[in-house]
Design a protein around this ligand. Structure first.
Ligand code: SAH
Ligand code: SF4
Length: 359
């Protein structure tokens, strides 16, 4: 269990660590030494920071919490999508997905390895198709717990990760402060050094937070989970749409795209008989053209206990064709990892159900 009285060292930015150390009467170069141990050498205790005086190492251990993610389960093998289930210091379960050699999604090159990370335990937004929302919301992840997913997956897989997508469990913009701090650590040269253009945040459509994100200086990418092209359809599957209707969401996107001079991506899960009509495709094309946005079509991944299914292959291709006929840059994701429950929240849900049924 994390010690609440201690400062979580891996949630600190460089200048924040410098300030903590200054208060301890330490010279400012110590922050550089410690960040080097945390993110370049990746040791897992203060004891291993061997160029620090022994007395300082002991003092640091008393002052700072230094947790790590515990691996519970890894599904999949090398060269396929792999899913990692972790246990947090307080016992909560968390999942991340490693997608090898993914197609050129979100600006990445095809030989790049992408990690899909979580930002919350559960999710409060309750989209009707999503496993993460099924069991409600537990808590926000701390900055360190967000960054540690990348470190733990690199350690377990011996792979270097080049792309990060915030598309695991949770709604990143509902945990904006910790997510932004995590992005700074992931991007910083003293941190993980992953370029901002290789970091994508996905949101279900928190319009005010999209505008806030537009004020951030880092050129990270934004993906918006649209999944419906009319309020009628979107209301059926995404409760957030009752708060921020499509037009409100689109004008926040206009603001973001103009401010960042960036093309964003619309994520669109294809669900049979719900949002896959020609009419929805035409409306979606109109929004994509208005924003010069790309569209990423995702055939629905079955979730046990939910009534939805994916449209036929023909219907998927027809939907794609309509977008392309309107000049929209669209891709249809040929799901990797479909067979290992790689959609967000699914592995955790299964494990929790199994734990309950064996309890
Ligand atoms: N909360 C954020 C980010 C996490 S969800 C958001 O909603 O954007 C990441 C993506 O996984 C979203 O586009 C979401 O809609 C999608 N997703 C959730 N359940 C899915 C399922 N069963 N099949 C396919 N995609 C799914
Ligand atoms: Fe939450 Fe995103 Fe799942 Fe909706 S799709 S319940 S916002 S994680």
């Amino acid at each position: 269990m994390a010690d609440a009285a201690k400062i979580d060292i891996k949630s600190l930015l460089f200048n924040q660590l410098q300030e903590e150390l200054r208060q301890q009467g330490e010279p400012s170069y110590r922050a550089g030494q410690i960040m080097g141990w945390l993110y370049a050498k990746r040791v897992e205790s203060f004891e291993k920071m061997t160029d620090l005086p022994r007395e300082l190492r002991r003092r640091l251990a008393k002052l700072f919490a230094f947790d790590r993610l515990e691996v519970v389960h890894v599904l999949g093998s090398r060269d396929t999508t792999r899913k990692f289930l972790f246990r947090l210091a307080d016992g909560n379960l968390l999942e991340s997905v490693l997608i090898p050699a993914s197609p050129a999604l979100y600006g990445g090159k095809s030989d790049r390895r992408t990690i899909c990370i979580s930002t919350q335990v559960g999710c409060a937004y309750g989209c009707k198709f999503c496993a993460s929302g099924l069991e409600g919301f537990s808590r926000n992840l701390r900055t360190s717990e967000i960054v540690d997913q990348i470190i733990a997956v690199e350690r377990e897989s011996s792979d270097k990760i080049d792309n990060v997508v915030f598309m695991g469990m949770g709604e990143p913009l509902a945990n904006l402060q910790n997510v932004m701090r995590a992005i700074q650590i992931i991007n910083a040269p003293w941190g993980l050094g992953i370029g901002a253009r290789h970091i994508t945040v996905s949101t279900s459509g928190l319009a005010p937070q999209i505008k806030k994100l537009a004020e951030e200086s880092l050129q990270i990418r934004l993906a918006v989970s649209l999944h419906g092209a009319t309020d009628e359809v979107r209301n059926q599957i995404m409760p957030i749409n009752r708060r921020y209707k499509i037009e409100t969401l689109l004008s926040a996107c206009d603001y973001y795209a103009a401010r960042k001079k960036q093309r964003l991506t619309f994520e669109y899960i294809l669900i049979a008989g719900v949002n896959d009509s020609d009419e929805q495709a035409r409306l979606l094309s109109r929004y994509a053209c208005r924003l010069s946005a790309k569209v990423n079509l995702i055939p629905y991944n079955l979730v046990e206990g939910l009534p939805w299914s994916r449209p036929s292959r023909n219907r998927q291709e027809k939907f794609l064709l309509i977008l392309r006929q309107h000049g929209v840059g669209a891709t249809l994701r040929r799901e990797k990892g479909h067979d290992i429950n790689a959609a967000c929240g699914q592995l955790r849900l299964q494990t929790e159900r199994a734990l309950v049924s064996t309890a």
